[in-house]
Design a protein around this ligand. Structure first.
Ligand SMILES: N[C@@H](CCC(=O)N[C@@H](CS)C(=O)NCC(=O)O)C(=O)O
Length: 233
């Protein structure tokens, strides 16, 4: 292969099996992009249970990342691997207590926030339709819409004391939160006017080059709202 061919057709360093609206997949995409790791995205309709997908991840969940000759699943483990293997830019603080805080918040968003909010809004409104599982359960949607308020207030409360969610540096915790919020923002379920600190934080993270691929997402049957990719939302 000639030099120019290499330049125009670089071999992807990584391959991510994902679905666009999955917060866990979005988090991994953001971390890969922050670390400037090129990644080929492959849509994996996990509910179709493709045998090759089940071989890659018997847990049948996305994201699945192929990198460095390995196949990886579980987004938190993937992100920590990326952090250790590709430490620049650093997305984990050095101090052990601050590292704990990052991990606590990643857990908060990927477990509690997901259970309270993302699963009740994104999955009910979007994923169910894509999977052909019928209409949103209005009780769940109502519950998610109620609970997101408390979570947005919690984020705002954290940001009143810190410049980033887990402390004074941008970390995996910010990307975990932004991954969920960006999926919710795609369906206009985040009230950015609820708190200025919250909006300013999201504006900072949204304007990072790493966010571009997520802002370009188009989910068939769900047109992107105009504010979604707008940096002055
Ligand atoms: N703990 C996993 C959760 C991944 C997950 O639940 N992904 C969803 C899509 S957002 C999925 O693949 N669900 C399929 C299933 O539960 O069968 C992670 O962090 O990677």
């Amino acid at each position: 292969m000639g030099q120019s061919e290499k330049k125009w057709n670089p071999r992807p360093m990584a391959r991510l099996y994902h679905i666009a609206m999955s917060p866990y997949c979005r988090k991994v995409r953001l971390i890969l992009a922050e670390k400037r790791i090129e990644c080929e995205l492959i849509e994996e309709r996990y509910w179709e249970r493709d045998p090759s997908f089940l071989r890659r991840n018997p847990a049948a969940k996305v994201p699945v990342l192929e990198i460095d000759g390995k196949i990886m699943s579980e987004s938190a483990a993937i992100c920590e691997y990326l952090e250790e293997k590709y430490p620049n830019p650093a997305l984990m603080p050095v101090d052990i207590h601050q590292r704990y805080e990052v991990r606590r918040l990643v857990g908060w968003f990927d477990d509690k926030f997901h259970r309270d909010v993302t699963s009740k809004l994104v999955y009910e409104r979007v994923t169910k339709k894509i999977m052909g599982q019928g209409y949103p359960d209005s009780k769940n949607v109502k519950d998610g819409a109620k609970k997101i308020k408390y979570h947005l207030d919690y984020i705002a409360w954290l940001l009143e004391q810190r410049s980033w969610l887990a402390g004074d540096m941008m970390s995996l915790a910010d990307f975990a939160a932004a991954a969920h919020l960006s999926a919710l923002d795609y369906i206009s379920d985040v009230d950015w006017h609820r708190n200025k600190a919250l909006k300013d934080w999201y504006a900072k993270i949204k304007s990072r080059p790493a966010f571009r691929s997520i802002l370009a997402d188009q989910v068939p049957g769900f047109p992107q709202p105009s504010h979604y990719a707008d940096l002055d939302f």
